[in-house]
Structure formats: C-alpha cells, structure tokens
Design a protein around this ligand. Structure first.
Ligand code: ASP
Length: 340
C-alpha cells in the first residue's frame, strides 16, 4: 500500500506539472501520514505557572507519541485516533475519562464518538458512567453493532457485552475538577437576572480531547471524548457524540471540535467544515475560518482537522487550545496559545 501511496503522489506531481498547478500545492500531497490532537479550548490564562504548563506540554507530547508509533509503522488512522484519545483520557489533566468534570449531581457522565472517513462508519456514546476509555467502546459500537449511537443505560448495557475495562464512577474524580465544580455551583447561584446565562456559560471551563488522522493508505478518521461541561444537568448531551457536530470524517476531511457544545451543535460544525471544502472547493484553512468567523461567535470553539492530502489545520476563536500535530515529514507542533 505504501507503494500505491508513492505512485499516487508521483502521479499527482506529474499532473501538477502538466496542469500548471503550483509546486506548493503539489507538495501538499507529499506527506505519507499526518495527525493532530487537542486537549480542549477555552479561556486559558497565559499566567499558568511554568510547572503546570510543562505538565500540559508533557501530556500533549505523550499523546503525540502514541499516534506517531502507529502511523510511522503503517498503522491505520482509526488506530491512531483511538490510541491518541485513550492517552488523553487516561491523563487527569484533561476533561475526558479520568479527570472528567462533575455534573450538577456530583457525578461524571462521559460522551465519545469515533468516525471512519473511508466507510462513514461511526460509533457514539452519551451518558457513560463506568467505562474507563469511552473512545474504545465507541469503536466497538462502530465495528460490532448495527447501530451508531447508544445513550445512558443502553450504552452501559452495550458495554456489558464487551471486554472494555469498567471502573467505579468515583474513579474519574480529581480534586482539581471537584474544586472547579464547587466554584461553578457558587457562580451559578450568583447569576443575577440581568446577567445572560449565555455569558456565564461561556466563562465555564469546558474541555474535551480529540484526534484526527490521515494514514499511509489515504484513510481519514476522527475521534473525540469528553466529560462535557462543568455542572451540566443530568442527561445533557453535548456536541461530541453528535456525528457531524463535534466529530466527523469523510473522504474530504476528518474533524474534531472542542468548546461550547450547544453552539458547535447548532452549527453542525464539523460537517459544515467538510461540506464547505467539498461544495465550495475551499481549502481546509478556509473552511475552518468560515465556521469560526462566519458561523460561531468569538470565544465559542476550537477545531483540529486533517484533509485528504494530509494537510493539518488547528484553529480556535478562544484564547487558547491545547493542541499538537505531527506528519511524516517531521513537521511538529505542540502549542497552547495563538502565538508562542
Ligand atoms: N464540547 C464539549 C461539550 O460541550 C466541551 C468542550 O469541548 O470543552 O460537551
């Protein structure tokens, strides 16, 4: 398959020369594999202590390595996104798996989705309470069940039929998230009628993890996993497991979102990015700019995406987004804020 990919690239270069397409456009197709990941977007203060910043960078680097070893050895985009997301789910710094935020009732309810751009196969879950790595169960939903989306009790019952690791809901607890929840409850009580609930929601700490990948066989895949928003109401479903909103992959691009779920959902954001490229002939960067600047409001969201040529784009209209990317040419990024 690697030979096939080299042949396709050579043909592309030849056709680029014949059609007068620029060298840089031709070069865009020359990566063998590429992937990107995020650990959430939002108001991230630049005043974070260096030691804390370093912990985040280390977590992003660790997840980057998980994807690199898979794609470098010819592994699939699906494996890469699953294992990158697992690494972030296991890291208590990020709002997914261990480290997930608290609901209004003081519990953890997890959402996740995975999508295969080649087959349009997808698996999604909402309201999980005992599955250690929701993304791996989402993959099983995609491959082993005739359905796409399970919720709450049904999702837990589906998990019973698989070998995914189960844990007590309390094991997702971290002191940091607990304190954040306590503060969020106080702030919620303090909202005055003049204050818009929307202004307040925007200020709440969100967080999600996600990955997108392009493999050496030309497949695209996307995966996203989250604890949702702090102090969320029982049963609240965010954008993450809604295919086309927080997670989407097809033959054009693979996209994973983070930010204010309700806003991401009402703009069917991930699917809009892919459609904007397909129907308008726009580049990945242009499509990302369209959703962030023309559809969403400042402070709403961030996206990571990779297209069918292996181009990566990571953009947000928040102050920061934990993110990283790598491709087979060795282009590597690990960033939190806009300019670093
Ligand atoms: N989008 C997620 C949700 O609303 C949260 C986030 O990405 O920060 O559930």
């Amino acid at each position: 398959m690697k030979y096939l990919s080299t042949l396709v690239n050579t043909l592309f270069l030849l056709s680029a020369l014949l059609t007068g397409c620029s060298q840089s456009e031709a070069d865009e197709a020359s990566v063998e594999w590429a992937f990107a990941l995020h650990g959430g977007a939002g108001t991230i203060s630049q005043d974070l202590p260096d030691s804390v910043k370093q912990q985040y960078y280390d977590g992003l680097e660790q997840a980057l390595r998980a994807g690199e070893v898979i794609l470098r050895d010819g592994g699939s985009a699906l494996d890469a996104v699953e294992y990158v997301v697992r690494s972030l789910e296991d890291n208590p710094l990020f709002n997914a798996g261990h480290g997930a935020v608290f609901t209004k009732e003081g519990k953890h309810e997890l959402d996740a989705a995975i999508m295969d751009g080649t087959t349009l196969g997808a698996g999604a879950l909402t309201g999980l309470t005992t599955v250690k790595n929701p993304i791996s169960l989402a993959r099983k939903v995609m491959t082993d069940s005739p359905h796409i989306f399970f919720s709450g009790e049904g999702a837990e019952t589906y998990a019973d039929q698989t070998d995914v690791e189960r844990v007590e809901n309390e094991s997702f607890h971290t002191d940091r998230r607990y304190e954040q929840w306590q503060r969020a409850q106080e702030e919620a009580r303090a909202i005055t009628p003049e204050e818009s609930i929307h202004d307040w929601i925007k200020d709440i700490k969100f967080g999600t993890v996600g990955a997108v990948a392009y493999d050496s066989d030309g497949n695209l895949a996307a995966a996203t996993s989250t604890g949702g928003m702090t102090n969320k109401q029982f049963g609240r479903v965010g954008d993450v497991p809604i295919i086309g909103s927080g997670t989407f992959a097809n033959h054009v691009a693979a996209i994973s979102a983070t930010g204010w779920g309700e806003q991401i959902m009402r703009n069917v954001s991930a699917n809009t990015i892919a459609n904007y490229m397909e129907f308008k002939g726009a580049s990945l960067d242009e499509a990302m700019d369209f959703i962030l600047n023309e559809r969403l409001d400042p402070g709403d969201a961030g996206f990571i995406a990779v297209d069918h040529r292996g181009n990566i784009s990571m953009k947000m209209n928040t102050t920061g987004m934990f993110r990283a990317s790598l491709n087979s040419n060795g282009d590597r990024t690990v960033m939190i804020w806009e300019n670093e």
